[in-house]
Design a protein around this ligand. Structure first.
Ligand code: HEM
Length: 238
């Protein structure tokens, strides 16, 4: 990541701290600052709007109840590429924001080896080297990166279908729809993981904090780093 992008990201985090606060109480850790939460929910809102309008265009018969919500069929068709575009823009900033903690490491490779146990709920305690994000969260992130690029390229080609060749548009439809299916599957798993499956996770995207017990259980290596740096800061103040 270039120094300029990193500087931009830190400046944005600083600016956004003025618009909201994150209160970290005793026994809690800061997980997602205001800027991250703002980006996450903006991405989520425009993803869901794109998904809904996309469904209505894909199968007007099956999803006939969606188009009226957006002012009818033609308006839904008009809005879909704009929702998609705004989703891509917000996700681009999210990408800059999370690029560093989403880097793939040896610990993630070890995590993915237990994927089957995770899927069948047979996993034991989390591996000690799991950091801020685990291998599954990183896989989800990089899937969105690839899908967003595919959405953008194929979406623009379909938007300007009178300029490009017919077969390019036809191939774009297939890739666009396949990327949407992958994203939908990832989204369903993501919402389950972020809410029902791991209690205590959802609040990190609401008030920005998690309990120390949650951090120790799900992200042991991050827990150690976060508590060590807090102890050092407290020592420096004494
Ligand atoms: C609308 C329902 C959603 C809920 C309840 C939800 C919940 C959450 C929560 C609680 C986290 C923090 C996880 C942690 O700190 O360990 C998170 C992270 C994240 N969210 Fe969402 N989210 C939603 C929608 C979305 C959408 C639509 C996208 C993108 C298309 C998205 C992308 C991400 C990514 C990339 C992360 C970081 C990696 C991960 O935790 O998997 N989320 N989300």
């Amino acid at each position: 990541m270039s120094v300029t992008a990193k500087d931009f990201d830190e400046k944005a985090r600083g600016e956004f701290a003025r618009f909201g606060t994150t209160r970290v109480r005793r026994g809690e850790l800061l997980r997602h600052p205001v800027y991250t939460r703002f980006l996450h929910w903006s991405v989520a809102i425009f993803f869901i709007l794109s998904l809904l309008t996309g469904f209505a265009i894909y199968s007007p018969w099956l999803f006939h109840w969606i188009a009226p919500l957006f002012g009818g069929g033609p308006r839904t068709r008009l809005l879909h590429p704009w929702f998609g575009l705004v989703f891509t823009v917000f996700f681009f900033f999210q990408f800059l924001n999370w690029f560093a903690p989403m880097a793939w490491t040896e610990a993630d490779r070890r995590w993915t080896k237990r994927l089957r146990q995770y899927a069948t709920n047979e996993e034991g305690p989390e591996l000690e080297d799991v950091g801020f994000f685990n291998g599954g969260q990183k896989l989800y992130f990089w899937t969105i990166v690839v899908s967003a690029i595919l959405f953008l390229i194929t979406g623009v080609l379909m938007w300007f279908d009178d300029v490009v060749g017919r077969w390019i548009v036809a191939v774009s439809y297939v890739i666009h729809d396949l990327a949407a299916l992958v994203m939908l599957a990832g989204f369903i798993i993501h919402v389950y993981e972020g809410t029902a499956h791991q209690p205590g996770t959802f609040r990190s995207m609401i008030d920005g904090t998690v309990t120390e017990d949650w951090a120790r259980t799900h992200h042991p290596a991050w827990f150690r780093t976060a508590t060590d740096s807090r102890k050092e800061a407290e020592k420096a103040q004494e």
